[in-house]
Write a protein that binds this ligand. Structure first.
Ligand SMILES: Nc1nc2c(c(=O)[nH]1)N(C=O)[C@@H](CNc1ccc(C(=O)N[C@@H](CCC(=O)O)C(=O)O)cc1)CN2
Ligand SMILES: Nc1nc2c(ncn2[C@@H]2O[C@H](COP(=O)(O)OP(=O)(O)OP(=O)(O)O)[C@@H](O)[C@H]2O)c(=O)[nH]1
Ligand SMILES: [Mg+2]
Length: 442
């Protein structure tokens, strides 16, 4: 896998329960660090052999049997963390797990792992890069099929490889510039800098395309759909239909909903958050007025607006960059005016509901754009946004025949931003924050 610029060999040997807590048939306890082989000898009375499972009695320090379990050993560097790793696959009983964890805690040089610390060591030892570590977190958190597939793609290096190819192209461009700088006294040898423009422009364009995609973040974080419209249009009824439960209060009194009511559903493997809002109207009621104002705000900062109105009016609120799906609600009871627009639906009779589902699914899929989009987190976007001005500048300087030293420096700064994206350089607190969100044992 990827070689890391960070090299750190840990003195501590860490251990943790890596399988889920609670009643289970089996449990996996992992140990990583310099003492892992000694742990196998002490606890399992076994000279460890790499990658060979052994069924052994496991004893505490007093020689009392804890359990009979499977012991696995991975010898550094051929392990998940790159360190010596020992694993105990034991019975899942709470007291069994507690007994082994207690025993491990009493061995010299061992301490409990912090959240994500196994993966952090894998990162430190160059077994994976930061985008792959993030992908492991996403895989563990994945709830929908698209989330699982996207996390796996990133774990398999989809983003790492693309960033790697940008780094290669920039390194090539830098070499061409530097060659020109070296020979700048000898007029006949110069000129290789001209060839730097093509790889620079390619990377520049490719990064711009990736920054234009928002789909991958939407698969990870979900698509937001705001249900908006005049009071009494049937917005809360529609939300409840989608939720399959009475999430929002429904009455025949206009102005019922004030706060947001949010429901998480899934469409085609993509997480979708539906937000019911207050019916939009001018009102003297101060509480309702706050609700209306919030609804207006929310309609401006969402991916999709479902605009409900029995009369088929156009949205009378700003909807920002959202996709608006107009719907004529209550089409069973309201005599629809031919002037209006939008799909006729009725939650009561089911009219138009299949079309609505298909229509919304299509918009969600289009927004989430599962193919081609590689940036799954705001962090990736921030890193590329910080590389972009340096690429702009490098290209501009090169094109006007400006100083090559400046071009080289801008390319180096862009390369540094890409290394930060991969986690090879950059502030430790970025790692602290990421790994704090991991499970213990991962
Ligand atoms: N019992 C168990 N199951 C598990 C894990 C684990 O740590 N323990 N994993 C934990 O995440 C995942 C598997 N991940 C792993 C990743 C790398 C290596 C490993 O030994 N890598 C070596 C050798 C590679 C090879 O043989 O191809 C290396 O990278 O050098 C092991 C597990 C999922 N299942
Ligand atoms: N006939 C008919 N009545 C409906 C339909 N959908 C909702 N209603 C009724 O319309 C009334 C208002 O429904 P709500 O879902 O509370 O409307 P709302 O848009 O959330 O209203 P506010 O929260 O006040 O903005 C209720 O009496 C519903 O039972 C429908 O498809 N057909
Ligand atoms: Mg309502």
């Amino acid at each position: 896998m990827t070689a890391s610029a960070r090299h750190a060999f840990s003195d501590d040997t860490i251990f943790a329960l890596s399988s889920g807590a609670g009643r289970a048939a089996l449990a996996v306890i992992r140990v990583s660090g310099p003492e892992a082989a000694a742990v196998v000898r002490t606890v399992a009375g076994l000279q460890p052999r790499a990658r060979v499972a052994a069924l052994r009695p496991l004893n505490d320090q007093a020689g009392q049997l804890i359990d009979r379990g499977l012991v696995l050993f991975f010898e550094a560097p051929a392990s998940f963390t790159g360190e010596d790793v020992a694993e105990f696959q034991i019975h899942g009983g709470q007291a069994v797990v507690a007994g082994l964890l207690r025993t491990l805690g009493q061995l010299p040089g061992l301490r409990p792992a912090r959240p994500g610390e196994f993966t952090r060591r894998a990162l430190l030892n160059g077994k994976l890069d930061l985008t792959q570590a993030e992908a492991i977190a996403d895989l563990i958190d994945s709830e929908t099929e698209q989330q699982r597939l996207q996390a796996l793609r990133q774990f398999d290096g989809a983003l790492s490889e693309r960033v790697g190819s940008w780094k290669d192209a920039l390194t090539e461009a830098l070499a061409l510039i530097e060659a020109d700088l070296d020979f700048s006294d000898e007029a006949d040898v110069s000129g290789s800098a001209n060839q730097a423009e093509a790889p620079l422009a390619r990377v520049h364009a490719d990064i711009k395309v990736q920054l234009g995609f928002h789909g991958a973040e939407r698969i990870r974080d979900g698509v937001t759909v705001v249900v908006a419209g005049p009071p009494n249009a049937g917005k809360s009824t529609l939300l409840n239909w989608w939720a399959g439960r009475d999430a929002a209060i429904v009455t025949e009194i206009p102005g019922t909903t004030r706060d947001f009511v949010e429901v998480d559903i899934e469409l085609d493997g993509i997480p979708v958050r539906l937000v019911d809002t207050a019916g939009l109207r001018d009102t003297a009621d101060p509480v309702e007025r706050i609700g209306v104002e919030r609804a207006r705000q929310r309609a401006q900062s969402t991916d999709i607006v479902l605009w409900l109105d029995p009369d088929g009016s156009e949205p009378n609120v700003p909807t920002g960059s959202a996709v608006v799906i107009p719907l004529r609600s209550k089409s069973d009871s309201v005599t629809t005016l031919s002037a209006g627009s939008g799909l006729c639906i009725s939650v009561l009779t089911g009219r138009g509901m299949d079309e609505l589902r298909a229509n919304l699914s299509e918009q969600v899929r289009r927004l989430a754009n599962p193919e081609g989009a590689l940036l799954t987190r705001a962090r990736h976007r921030v890193a590329l946004e910080s590389a972009r001005p340096h690429l702009d500048q490098a290209l501009a300087t090169l094109r006007v025949g400006g100083p090559l030293e400046f071009v080289a420096e801008d390319i180096r700064l862009a390369l540094r931003a890409l290394d930060e994206l991969l986690g090879f350089v950059g502030p430790e607190d970025v790692l602290d924050r990421l790994f704090a969100s991991f499970c213990i044992g991962k």
